[in-house]
Design a protein. Structure first.
Length: 340
């Protein structure tokens, strides 16, 4: 295990994949929500199994319990605070925590209530520890864009109200490849009209064409995952010229079998081809990772150097949705470490 003594940034970190299991069990019991296995220890084991079993359906099952529990302001506030606290203890300087407000409304919360609770949790973490956090509200793809177009537009419109007040941008997450990504264009049109910074999950399960859609049609400057861009050298050149940032989450890609192994992951080649590659966790608890453990894979199996890691954190802070007062000190420390 290497010690990484530079400011660490996580741009792609899902709240409903990064909770503490003890808290999840405590709240499930209090809310009377049934659990599959009786103890936290067995739940950890079940999660490890599901994360690594190679079945997407099993993988998606992991989100059922956290989504069921995170439906009160108390749960959302506390679990966001705790994720912020954990990130601080892991030495993270700045993180963008994302969640889908529409997935937390089944017990009566509005999307605005959910966003406010998450912002409150992030604020409590920032008041308690010297860490900076920004919240990203995810719009969701469940299949056809028609199923939840109304809820997705509400996410964008609600996000606008909280932009600059704890919320930093929006995203499109969920199922990829069931309908063409371009069907979701109205959501990004709305985001652009509202002046919302956005990222978009693309090029993870499907091929590079979804990265092209996100970049060319939606105008995305950041792509969630996007590693399949590597299969289209011309698109790689275009993305490099436009300075598109790729939020790479190595372990998530291996677990979801969208890359075969760490050694065969194209992230290092992407960086060497001039793309703004960044390294992130995706789902800290569910995937069983931290930024440090992802960096260990980067160094030991993926061909990155220690200096690459510093450069990728520079990419992260440059692409972060937060304002310059947060970026400037982190950027200058990273540049100092690079001797620049
Ligand atoms: Zn993600």
């Amino acid at each position: 295990m290497t010690t990484y003594s530079f400011p660490k940034i996580d741009l792609h970190n899902h709240l409903d994949g990064g909770f503490r299991p003890e808290t999840l069990y405590e709240l499930a019991e209090r809310y009377g929500i049934p659990v599959e296995v009786p103890t936290v220890e067995e739940y950890r084991e079940l999660t490890r199994h599901r994360a690594n079993c190679g079945s997407v359906n099993e993988y998606l099952k992991m989100f059922d319990l956290p989504t069921a529990v995170m439906r009160t302001e108390e749960a959302l506030e506390r679990m966001t605070f705790e994720l912020g606290e954990d990130l601080y203890h892991e030495g993270v300087a700045y993180a963008e925590i994302r969640f889908a407000p529409q997935q937390h409304t089944q017990a009566g919360l509005t999307q605005a209530d959910a966003i406010e609770a998450v912002i409150a949790g992030a604020k409590r973490a920032m008041d308690t520890y010297p860490i900076k956090l920004g919240i990203i509200a995810c719009m969701m793809s469940y299949g056809s864009e028609q199923i939840n177009m109304k809820e997705n537009l509400e996410t964008a419109q609600t996000a606008k109200r909280y932009l600059g007040k704890g919320l930093v941008g929006v995203d499109l997450a969920g199922a990829e490849g069931i309908v063409p990504l371009e069907n979701f264009a109205p959501l990004f049109e709305t985001a652009r009209e509202l002046g919302l910074p956005f990222t978009c999950h693309a090029g993870d399960s499907p091929g590079p064409e979804t990265v092209e859609t996100a970049v060319e049609l939606f105008g995305a400057h950041r792509i969630g995952h996007g590693h399949h861009v590597y299969f289209d050298p011309e698109l790689v050149r275009k993305c490099a010229a436009k300075g598109i940032t790729f939020e790479i989450c190595p372990t998530s890609n291996i677990q979801c079998q969208t890359e075969p192994t760490y050694a065969k992951h194209p992230a290092k080649n992407m960086l060497d081809m001039g793309l703004n590659v960044t390294i992130n966790t995706d789902n800290q608890f569910l995937a069983g990772v931290t930024l440090d453990s992802e960096y260990d894979h980067c160094i030991n199996e993926m061909g990155f150097t220690y200096e690459d890691l510093i450069r990728m954190n520079l990419n992260s802070i440059n692409a972060a949705f937060c304002d310059e007062t947060i970026k400037a000190p982190i950027r200058s420390e990273l540049l100092r470490l690079l001797g620049q």
